[in-house]
Design a protein around this ligand. Structure first.
Ligand code: FES
Ligand code: FES
Length: 152
């Protein structure tokens, strides 16, 4: 049995038929082909799948697609505008906040939400905000610098 959902993703309205068991991350990646949202674990810990749901950072592997019905979702593909990187993306590039880039979409969307509520965070607050996102490459140091730069 499928359900009809209406989801606005990156400013585009989508009506889709989904089975109730389908996770939001699979809907985004497999149905909409928005593969910037990654899957890094099966335990809701790594944060690679983080997107914004109604502006709030959410792990899309812990939501069913049907729970996104009537809501707005932003993925990493929705941040750059008119060919210009979002300032957060630019800061990650400038501060070498990514290596393999696998964690980067989720980190950036977590930080996006965080900076909405704390526009001038200190280092400790940034590290605390990153606790839900695992990075296996960078050691976090450059990620923290990137967030500090974006907050300037
Ligand atoms: S894939 Fe969602 S938290 Fe790891
Ligand atoms: S940049 Fe490779 S996992 Fe974070």
């Amino acid at each position: 049995m499928t359900h009809t959902i209406n989801v606005n993703v990156n400013g585009v309205a989508h009506e889709a038929q989904v089975e109730p068991r389908v996770l939001l991350v699979h809907f985004l990646r497999d149905d909409l082909r928005l593969t910037g949202t990654h899957i890094g674990c099966d335990t809701s810990q790594c944060g690679a799948c983080t997107v914004l749901v109604d502006g709030i950072s959410s792990k899309s592997c812990t939501m069913f697609a049907v729970q996104a019905d009537g809501r707005e979702v932003t993925t990493i593909e929705g941040l750059a505008k008119n060919g210009e990187l979002h300032p957060l993306q630019e800061a990650f590039r400038e501060e070498h906040g990514l290596q393999c880039g696998f964690c980067t979409p989720g980190v950036i969307l977590s930080v996006y939400d965080f900076l909405q509520h704390n526009s001038k965070p200190n280092e400790e607050e940034i590290r605390h905000a990153l606790e839900g996102n695992y990075c296996r490459c960078t050691g976090y140091h450059n990620i923290v610098k990137a967030v500090q730069k974006a907050a300037e």
